[in-house]
Design a protein around this ligand. Structure first.
Ligand code: F6R
Length: 366
């Protein structure tokens, strides 16, 4: 059942290109110009009335939501708020019948996410669920469902479910932009083409898994490390940090790179590993100066950047290149090396990769 892979997690990492293909399948028209969601009842009128979108989830699914915010705001200019389900439900969230609530859950059974869904409906909002399990409680209770088609995810650490959630956000974000006409048709077509290239580009990233194995060997003795990034890269940094903590048990923190000098820099010592995500062309220069800041304090920096960003190569100790992609789409590619780093570090430390201590795959307690 592991198809020759040593662990489910590694198998699931390698299943990502096909999970994306299946999640995209039948959701693009034959001309490659429009997104189609069969079964989606949300009317054009309802979409035009929306004044706010909430994205609610836990853990890794919450991190997918942080990317989703960038995508939806960029493409539609509808304000998006992202919240952790266990926080959302215990404050008085501002939700009305003009709010669309998107809940994100691989299992569709997470207790806090389900409760947040019900609370949102009680407040008059329509709820759209992005889930990997169509028969789940969350899928049943939601008003609308967009299924990710990642297949069963067995490893506790989520990989293909997360990236498939990103694909679902891209499809839905483009769909909203199509209905609201917030991006020109030609631009939409280019985006759809770029989206369809992601499975192949992911295969390219996976071919470099061995270099990452060496990096994992180098960090396994460290007690702490940092992930830094700006904008959408910060969202990916949070996911990379969670993944590493979950299965390697090494402490790490993710920081918005511009925040370093407001406190975190004090923790950087000689040899501290820093993983710097720099995939956003508009933010390269700002990232380069943050990388210099940590290097000046002795950090050992691994840069994750696009292949064309030659400049950054000179400023880092190690580099991990990802294929060129549209700014909103890079998280799908840049998270792969981070998944592999956590996998190989956990493996090198002799941990139970698929069943990390203290954690359950589906959290049905509150
Ligand atoms: C991390 C992880 C958890 C889940 C979280 C939500 O790798 O798997 O953080 O993402 O428990 O689970 P779902 O998506 O099933 O609601």
């Amino acid at each position: 059942e592991k198809d020759g892979f040593e662990h489910f997690m590694l198998k699931e990492i390698y299943e990502q290109p096909n999970a994306f293909r299946k999640t995209i399948l039948n959701r693009i028209d034959s001309a490659g110009k429009n997104i189609v969601f069969e079964g989606l009842q949300l009317s054009s009128e309802q979409i035009h009335r929306l004044d706010k979108i909430f994205i609610i989830a836990c853990g890794t699914a919450y991190h997918a939501g942080l990317v989703g915010k960038h995508v939806i705001e960029e493409l539609t200019r509808i304000p998006v708020e992202v919240d952790v389900a266990s926080e959302f439900r215990y404050r008085r969230p501002i939700v009305t019948d003009k709010t669309l609530v998107i809940v994100v859950s691989q299992s569709g059974e997470t207790a806090d996410t389900l409760a947040a869904l019900r609370e949102s409906q009680r407040l008059g909002a329509k709820v759209l669920a992005i889930t990997n399990v169509p028969g789940s409680s969350i899928a049943r209770d939601a008003d609308e469902v967009i299924a990710t088609v990642a297949g069963p995810e067995i490893a506790v650490a989520s990989t293909k479910a997360y990236t498939s959630q990103l694909i679902a956000f891209y499809l839905f974000g483009i769909y909203l932009a199509q209905v609201k006409e917030t991006i020109p048709e030609e631009e939409r077509k280019v985006m759809i083409e770029a989206l369809c290239k992601l499975p192949e580009q992911t295969e390219v990233v996976l071919q470099h898994a061995n270099d990452i194995r060496m990096y994992a060997e180098a960090i396994k003795g460290h007690s702490s490390l940092f992930f830094i990034g700006r904008g959408i890269d910060y969202a990916v940094a949070l996911e990379g940090s969670l993944k590493l903590k979950e299965i390697s048990y090494i402490h790490s923190e993710a920081y918005a790179a511009g925040e370093l000098k407001h406190g975190t820099l004090a923790l950087i010592e000689e040899g501290t590993p820093v993983i710097a995500l720099a995939t956003q062309t508009e933010l390269y220069e700002k990232m380069a100066s943050n990388i210099k800041e940590v290097k000046a304090r002795g950090a050992h920096v691994l840069g994750v950047t696009l292949e064309e960003n030659i400049e950054l190569h000179r400023n880092v100790d190690d580099v991990c290149l990802i294929p060129s992609a549209m700014a909103l789409f890079t998280p799908v590619l840049s998270v792969i090396p981070l998944q592999l780093i956590s996998y190989y570090t956990s493996l090198a430390l002799g941990n139970d990769v698929d069943k990390p201590r203290n954690l359950a795959k589906s959290v049905t307690v509150e």
